[in-house]
Each structure stands twice: as C-alpha cells, then as structure tokens.
Design a protein around this ligand. Sequence first.
Ligand code: AMP
Length: 603
Amino acid sequence: MAVESTVSTPPVASPGCEKHAKALEFIEEMTKNCDAVQETVLSEVLSRNAQTEYLQRFELNGAIDRDTFKAKVPIVTYEDLQPEIQRIANGDRSPILSSHPISEFLTSSGTSAGERKLMPTIAEEMDRRQLLYSLLMPVMNLYVPGLDKGKGLYFLFTKAETKTPGGLVARPVLTSYYRSEQFKKRPYDPYLVYTSPNEAILCADSFQSMYTQMLCGLIMREEVLRVGAVFASGLLRAIRFLQLNWKELADDISSGILNPRITDPSIKECMSKILKPNPELAQFITKECEGDNLASIITRIWPNTKYVDVIVTGAMAQYIPTIDYYSGGLPLPCTMYASSECYFGLNLKPMTKPSETCYTIMPNMGYFEFIPHDPVNPIPLSRDSPPRLVDLADLEVGKEYELVISTYSGLCRYRVGDILLVTGFYNSAPQFKFIRRKNVLLSIDADKTDEAELQKAIENASELLNEFNTRVVEYTSHGDTNTIPGHYVIYWELHVRDPENAPTHEVLNKCCLVMEESMNSVYRQGRVADNSIGPLEIRVVKNGTFEELMDYAISRGASINQYKPPRCVNFVPILELLDARVVSAHFSPSAPHWTPERTKRLT
Ligand code: AMP
C-alpha cells in the first residue's frame, strides 16, 4: 500500500529559473504517481522487448502486466545472464536481451570471476541518465541559492576503455558519459560551470588530468562555490595530490609557464589561455601548503565553498572524518544513487547529515522490485516459481530490502546486490537509506573484495610459506584509510614449525604481492592505473592473538559454539587489540599486474 508523504516539506527557496521549476515539477509528478509510472515503465519495457530471445523464453505471449511478468520471469544474477552477455560481447547482434541495438558495455565495479561485470546498454539510456543529472541542481538550488554566481571544482576522470571481441566498446559509465556529445557539447548553464576544462577531464593520463584540474581550481579559487568528486575517496586523492605537488603548481602560477610534464597537446592549448603569471597567488598557495597542515585546507584555499559534493554513504562513510577535517565540517550532500546497470535516484534533502541521507528512486528510470531482506531466513528464489517481490510503492517503512531491477536495456529482474532501508516516503515514492552492498568485505575506492576473493588470495600467498614449514593459522583484514590512498591490511597469525627456518621479511613481502595478484581487476586497476589503493600490508601477530580475539568476543556475549573469527574488522577495540600484538609488518614490494584488457577472454 502506498503511504502518503510523511517527510515532504515545502521547499526552503524558490526554483532558480524556469528550467529548475520544470525539473521540480517533474519530480513532483513522478513521486506523486509512483505506482502508475512504474506500471507504465514495465509495460514499455515488456512491449518493446517482447520479441527478444530472452523474454520469448518465458512465454509471456505478449502480456505486459505485472502479474504475468512476476509469475513467469525469473529473478537473476549477473552469472545467470553471462551466456547471453558473452554472445553479445562476441558480436551476436540479434535481439538477445534488448530489441534496441546494444550501443556499448558499461563495466561495473562489481566483478564476476575477477573481472568487471559487463553491462549491455542502449543509446537512449544516456538520455535517461542525463535526465537524472538535470534534476540535481534544481534541488540543490532550493537549499543553497546563488550557485549560478560561481563555479564548481570537480575532480572528474575518464578511464581506459577496451573493445569486446565483437567490437563493442567496454568502459565505465562515467567515462562513457564524459566522452558523450551530451557532456562535451553541453549548452551553457550558469549552474553547471566547472573549473576543469573538458580537455583535462578527457585526458586518459591520470597525472596530467589531475594536475590540470588542480591547477585550474587554484587559478579560479575565488570563483569556486563547491568542491567535489564522485566518491569521497576521489576527493581525498586530489587533496593528497595537492599536498605532494603544490610546489610545482605554485611555480606554474608564478611564472605562467605550464609544467613540462604536461604534454597532452589539447591541455597545453587550453591552458595557454587560462594560465597567466600571478606571483601573488603562487605566494598564497605556498603559504597555505608549505607547513603540511591539511586542517580546513579546502576552505582556506577555496574560501567561498558552500559544500563538498561527494558520495559518503555506503562504503565511503569511512572517509567522513577526514573530509570533515579537510573542509572544516562543510555540508556533505550526497546527491545521487546510481549504478552501471541503471541510474536510480536522487537525494531530495541534500543538506541533511550523511548519516541521515536518503535517496528517492525516480520511478521513470526502470522497473524496481524488492526482495525483503532477512539474512536469517532468506526467501528461496526458485527459477521455476519466482516469489512475488514487493513493488516500489508498496514498501514498508523501517524494513530492509534487496533491490531488483528491470531496465529498458533488457535486464529483467536483475539483482543489483544493494541492501536498502526504507525510511519514509516523499509523496508516494519511498525514500531509502543505502545500507550496504551484499558480500563486500573490503573496499577502499571502487574496489569491492568479497570473502571468497580474500580467502583465495590468502591461499595463494600461503603457498610461499610451504617451504618454510609455516602455515597461516588464522587471518582477518581491515581497510586502513588512515593512509592516503588507503590500503588493505591483512592480519596473519602464523604457525612456524621451525623457528630457525622462519619465512624471511622478503618472503612475507612477496606474500603481499601474491595476494594483490590474486585480487580482482578493479582492485588491481586501483593499484596500478588510478593509484587509488596503496600497497597491501600483512601484519603478523603474536601466537594466541586470535584466541584472545575469541575471548574478547565471548566476553561481549558471542556464543562459544558458534564463534567464527571475523574476516574483516572495523571495531576499534579489536583493531587496537590486533595492533598491540603485531610482531612484524610487510608490504607489497611492487604493484600487481593490470591491463585494461580482460584476462579471461570471452569465448
Ligand atoms: P557501479 O556498478 O560500478 O556503477 O557501482 C554501482 C554501485 O555503487 C551501486 O550498486 C552501489 O552499491 C554503489 N553506490 C552508488 N551510488 C551510491 C551512493 N549514493 N551511496 C552508496 N553507494 C552507492
């Protein structure tokens, strides 16, 4: 049953312009008619894709209604769709999942068998994504007026793209967006003026791209009204970059001559118009950066910043204290919730604290269903008689659900893997807190490492210990974000049979590297190409540490019979216990292998 608005509040300011007024009206219309819009989306998806090989299999016989769809179409995961996706990637252009031609693959940060998932998409999805983007500023303007009077300093990057054997491009969704005509030739909008030139955003060399974006941000520092990146980890990387490179940046500003490390011709050309000698500004930057004091660095350098625009919900919540420290506690609006498979929705109250951030799924973006999430008694998801899932407008406040989507691109009843909590309704559209992504143990940036991947990495690394008659008795892990970039820490308790022949420091360093080589390609890309993850660390702890850990857990109420050592720890007293028992620490001596090419070739 749809619950009428419990949290709808009147806007605090008026729309910025006619375009904004229209966008806000659109949000009202969508959220007031949530269920009807969902019904229309499903009927459109089913009628346009009725002749696809996939839907034909379930004998819908032209039906486009919810009941038939829910009764006949199974709930699937990426692995279930892999045969179809492989055929598309290999060049089969017949309508397999979608009646519209697949325009490219979006490479998700979720992985399957160690490689990024490939999400087929169609050309018109770009417009749908663009539509969601166009709603963000009108909402933000209600809370922070005057954003048309200055610029946004956003650190945005494109990543490597590849081609599938059948010739389709495969790249991350944001790379696809930044390289699109919609982005490159976007009409002037005073609310969407960025300090970063397109040339810098589009440059594939991450150093040159970051350097230029930071340089422009410094040159235009007084015009900057908001600072951001997509995820919090990206902004922290930018601040670290400033900390390491401010001298060279200040030199360029002082002399008006671009650093010779910037060789990209299009960047050089556009910077020739932007960079002029400004010794006074160079002195200011030197004064602010030379002491290595990062407290409130954002507001010291960009004093007119009104908020920091980064996602700090989900796995990114670990970065909130650091961002607060750098920004002196500026608001952290998390504006949208999206994925490679489908863009979902936006935050209608962007100025609330991150711990209270709620996203409203826009019902026009796809057809959304929900599996009630009960980790103790999960619903059996049989392919033959799929359970009836809950519709968007029928969710209950206070309950957790797993998101299932059906998209215009042809994904049907696809499990995204996100767990959401319903916190209220805006009109008849539910609002969600992002709880977590299923099965993710460790995450520093876009990487998502699950328990099985960690276990496999430990097994591979511990093979190096065989010749030392040593084995890993117990292990756990922690994503350490005190370093920038953050890094994985693996705690090992070892059983060394012959202390005379214990594994050496070099061998344990090598174990770190073997673990990294075993990680999925998103992790390795973060290590190699994006420099968003630091070298993996093994901390060897004293014998008996894990027993102490168990004693501690039992003293806090855990059952002795059911106790299992946690495979990832974040609880500070446990981390302190582990760190107090460390006997040696070891780091990867080099980066693991990574190339944009998929190693497991699609056959
Ligand atoms: P990708 O497929 O690489 O685009 O990653 C999409 C996933 O990132 C989503 O399914 C979520 O798990 C996560 N994500 C996206 N937006 C948010 C957000 N605003 N807050 C928390 N997690 C998010």
